[in-house]
Design a protein around this ligand. Structure first.
Ligand code: ADP
Ligand code: MG
Ligand code: MG
Length: 937
């Protein structure tokens, strides 16, 4: 701020003196040697070493615990071992250096002091939880270990101290199971079987029906399970337990589920996870205790309502594990009103503090509330838009902050189809589940994630139906139309992941009876086999048997004029948000559209201009392909001109429509680009047809024509069509094609000019690698333009430019700019030619490249900034040097990819262009790009 203000000479001098002073004071205050790096961060008694800004070091969970502690909220004390230690652990081959071990021990002493208990003490035992926590929350990571510090002695101590033997042994059996599973790698079901056996023997229905004696028996059997599986007695030394648990957290960072999750969400491997060690509080001491999770607003719909679930007399994961069905959080007000009130006050405060919806976890021990976690809540795209616009209206955030709250890709979820209500009503509701993630889903039922993937690859639409999803199912969830589960609540895995992916999901449809072995599911009495259709509505939770047609989202209906904006709440919010975005962004937004109706949709979505109109797409229209073929088959110029003459009025009509749909905004039209054989029938097909005709001995004209066609197809055959006779090379060898296309463009513009609509056509010559190629074509375009203007008696403004998509074109951009009035980066071909990856064949190996981390992302989806991107920046610089006013844009697929949009913003382009459906995403991404530059984020 002050930097921008003009300062008088005296003031400037004063300022510099002050600066020098500050510097000197700082230098004096600094200890002579650099302080050793801190690896462990304490929190407790209202003070924490860390805070909300330290997610990189403390992970999300650790930073939230520190921030809540500093805010004076009731958080059990503990410490966070930093994410850096995770990297050290791996670098040292799975060891923790002794100085860090010492730091951990120091922190443990501090924790014991704060809690007034000691780890391993029988009289007054400290129990802790060991929790993983990376910068980004990752459902595929380690399970939390609770009640660590219990052993055969301390459990008796806990009983003596609390006078509650049931509670002590309930805690111990939970600990053995969690530690056994997570640290010793013993499958959970071994413990579950032992537990069920005891319950059965003692006639207990619920877990909570077992008394102390029953739980002592469970503990005994659990220890046997552990001993048999690990060939060692269950570890009794609390310090050994703690080290084992800590190392298990670090190990879990590299387990397959976690790696898969990071790959899907593009989270780098090197950031590591932190470990949180925290004094236990107990939700399982009896009926005055509980544990729960919640959100400050509804994460599925965005509605402003307190949202969540809890269980009385339970611990930790019980709520999400689906063992007992949790109660909705509103019930808490009745059973524990004081704790409920406090929870509402605290979470409302947290929401205002973080300026975002909070996803929180809490435990109530004997009516006393404790906060165990808070983070910004994951939400559906739908909810994101509702929440951002609501919070701005409530003045909790500014419109700019509202923009930053919404991921650009979330907007594409809002465009997802919904059911046609009339069709939907025709089927009876078979059952209901919890509406975990909105959207209409209709598909063929499959029961495993692997089948979901296989069937989808065969072109089928599938619905993944599971008892409960686990992180291993994520690949199936990704491809399914929707996910339906029989158990689990609104915060179960399927629900959380579904919302995050924008995948329609209904969970906890308790009436489903799934038999994975028979591959059937019974829904409300009807048995469905794998492959039969089912449908559900993720917004209401209704499930139906059969297929239901889907229809466009409300937003699309409004844009298409089939619904009034006033009657769609979500449209109004969507529109408001994007208008805010338009105020922030500096990049222009155009769309790639070939036909008038696409152009209209793009305009309605907010595109102001066409960045790429591919003329050849028009060649495939009704009754046109024959004319195109005649043009290609002509073996002399006169015949070719005759065929082109027939195409001219058709192209002129298309251009007229596209220009008109854009209301005078710029339209870039690319001259013919693909190799000609793409317009001819396949060689093999022709050979079959000819053989058939020959077999029936039908000589005559048809056969003769087919033979000619085959001959021409064979002539046109190329070994590398992508590198062959295409792009500007076609216009150079057949100038009459360029001539006809230019004429169609200018005649359409002239017609509009006469109707009072001014358009400035931008004629784009593709695949230019040498300035002389462009010069050759520009002469034709200029000549035709002059002719048309004279014939029609109108003056037209127009530009001639090129696509930069051949590396040589980028490298010699200064020369190319002598002729080109604009550049449009064709990043698809530019990527193909820079890597030497055939776009059509790269699928075979790119997945493996990504798996092996040779490439982090698919360079055809997200621009390769380090390589292809350099060609872009180089061409921008060189092009501007020759022609400072040159217009610069991008029209490859990357124009609709948020991180690529950031790149293009920074590269200084004037606009990005993408498919019409991505226009909203790009508008928001461009605003984010502009803001991050200003904010310096
Ligand atoms: P996740 O990352 O899977 O959410 P957490 O580390 O948050 O795992 O732990 C899950 C649950 O375990 C918490 O929601 C809470 O109920 C329970 N928990 C964790 N630490 C403690 C603690 N110190 N005292 C009581 N319960 C705890
Ligand atoms: Mg967990
Ligand atoms: Mg948690």
């Amino acid at each position: 701020m002050a930097k921008n203000r003009k300062t008088t000479g005296r003031a400037a001098k004063k300022a510099s003196v002050a600066k020098a002073l500050v510097k000197a004071v700082r230098a004096a205050a600094k200890p002579p040697k650099a302080r050793r790096t801190q690896h462990v961060y304490f929190f407790g008694n209202g003070r924490a070493d860390g805070d909300r800004t330290m997610k990189d070091t403390l992970g999300g969970k650790g930073s939230g615990l520190a921030e809540m502690t500093n805010a004076g909220l009731p958080v059990p004390p503990g410490f966070t071992i930093s994410t850096g230690v995770c990297n050290i652990y791996y670098a040292q081959g799975g060891k923790i250096p002794s100085e860090i071990e010492r730091e951990v021990e120091e922190s443990l002493r501090k924790l014991e002091k704060a809690a007034g208990k000691r780890l391993g003490s029988v009289e007054n035992p400290l129990l802790v939880s060991v929790r993983s926590g990376a910068k980004f929350s990752m459902p595929g990571m380690m399970d939390t270990i609770l009640n660590l510090g219990l052993n055969d002695q301390t459990v008796e101590g806990l009983k003596a101290k609390t006078g509650n033997g049931r509670f002590a042994f309930d805690s111990y059996r939970r600990f053995i199971q969690m530690f056994g599973n997570v640290v010793l790698g013993i499958p959970k079901d071994r413990f579950e079987h032992a537990f069920e056996a005891v319950k059965h023997e003692r006639g207990a229905k619920l877990d909570t029906d077992l008394d102390e004696a029953g739980l002592r028996e469970v503990v005994k059997r659990y220890k046997d399970v552990a001993q048999r599986a690990s060939k060692k007695a269950f570890p009794q030394d609390p310090l050994e337990q703690l080290r084992g648990a800590r190392d298990a957290v670090f190990k879990s960072w590299m387990n397959q589920r976690a790696k898969d999750y990071r790959r899907i969400y593009e989270i780098p491997d090197h950031i590591g996870t932190a470990v949180n060690v925290q004094a236990m509080v107990f939700g399982n001491t009896g009926d005055r205790s509980a544990t729960g999770v919640g959100f400050t607003r509804n994460p599925a719909t965005g509605a402003k309502e307190f949202f969540g679930e809890f269980l009385v007399n339970a611990q930790g994961e019980d709520v999400v594990a689906g063992i007992r069905t949790p109660q909705p959080i509103a019930e808490l007000e009745k059973v524990m009103p004081k704790a409920y009130k406090e929870l509402r006050t605290i979470t409302t405060r947290l929401e205002r503090h973080y300026k975002d919806v909070q996803d929180f976890e809490f435990t109530i021990e004997d009516d006393q509330l404790y906060m165990l976690q808070t983070r910004n809540g994951k939400r559906t795209g739908y909810a994101a838009v509702v929440i951002a616009t609501d919070m701005a209206a409530e003045r909790i955030i500014t419109p700019r902050e509202a923009l930053l709250q919404v991921e650009p890709m979330a907007l594409s979820q809002l465009l997802a189809p919904v059911f046609d209500p009339a069709e939907w009503k025709k089927l009876p509701t078979a059952t209901r589940g919890l509406p975990a993630s909105p959207g209409a889903a209709s598909g063929q039922v499959v029961f495993t994630a692997d089948h979901a993937v296989e069937w989808t690859q065969q072109g089928k639409r599938v619905l993944l139906v599971r008892k409960e999803t686990v992180p291993d199912d994520i690949h199936g969830m990704e491809v399914a139309q929707g996910v339906l589960t029989a158990t689990g609540g609104m915060t179960s895995h399927a629900a959380v992941v579904g919302r995050q992916m924008g995948k329609p999901s209904v969970v906890g449809a308790g009436e489903l009876r799934i038999s994975e072995r028979d591959r059937t599911v019974s829904i409300g009495g009807q048995t469905i086999k794998e492959g039969e259709w089912a449908s559900f509505d993720g917004l209401t939770g209704e499930v139906k048997v059969g297929q239901v047609a889907t229809k466009p989202s409300e937003i699309l209906q409004v844009l298409a004029g089939r619904m009034k904006p006033e009657s769609s709440d979500i449209y109004q919010r969507f529109d408001k948000l994007l208008k805010w975005a338009d105020k922030e962004r500096t990049l222009g937004i155009r769309a790639n559209a070939d036909l008038p109706d696409q152009a209209e949709l793009a305009y309605a979505f907010g595109a102001r201009g066409i960045g790429l109109c591919r003329t050849e797409h028009m060649f495939f229209g009704e009754g046109r392909i024959e004319k195109v073929q005649r043009m290609i088959l002509a073996d002399n110029e006169a015949d070719r001109r005759a065929a082109l003459q027939e195409l001219l009025p058709l192209q002129r009509g298309d251009f007229y429509g596209v220009f008109k749909a854009m209301h005078g905004e710029p339209v870039t039209i690319r001259t013919i680009d693909p190799p000609l054989h793409e317009f001819l029938p396949k060689r093999e097909d022709l050979m079959v047809e000819i053989a058939k005709l020959e077999a029936t001995k039908q000589a005559g004209r048809v056969l003769e024509e087919k033979r000619q066609l085959l001959q021409r197809v064979e002539q046109l055959h190329e070994f590398n069509p992508m590198l062959g006779h295409r792009g500007v090379r076609l216009g150079i060898t057949y100038p009459e094609i360029t001539e006809m296309q230019a004429r169609a463009i200018f005649e359409a513009a002239a017609q509009l000019a006469k109707e009072g609509i001014r358009v400035v056509p931008e004629v784009m010559i593709p695949l230019v690698g040498h300035v002389k190629e462009l010069r050759d074509q520009k002469v034709i375009v200029d000549r035709v333009a002059a002719d048309v203007m004279k014939e029609q008696g109108v003056k037209l403004k127009y530009l001639v430019g090129t696509m930069i998509e051949v590396p040589r074109g980028a490298i010699t951009a200064d020369e190319v700019a002598q002729e080109a009035q604009f550049f449009s980066f064709g990043t698809n071909d530019l990527t193909q030619l820079t890597f030497g990856f055939s776009r059509d064949d790269a699928g075979k190996f790119l997945a493996i490249y990504q798996e092996k981390k040779i490439l982090e992302r698919d360079p055809f989806a997200s621009i390769d900034a380090a390589g292809v991107g350099q060609l872009v920046t180089m061409a921008v610089e060189r092009g501007r040097k020759t022609r400072p006013e040159i217009k610069l844009g991008v029209c490859g697929e990357h124009g609709g990819d948020p991180s690529s949009v950031h790149f293009f913003h920074q590269a200084g382009l004037d606009y990005v262009s993408m498919s019409p459906y991505r226009v909203p995403v790009a508008r928001l991404a461009a605003a984010h790009a502009a803001m991050s530059v200003k904010v310096g984020d």
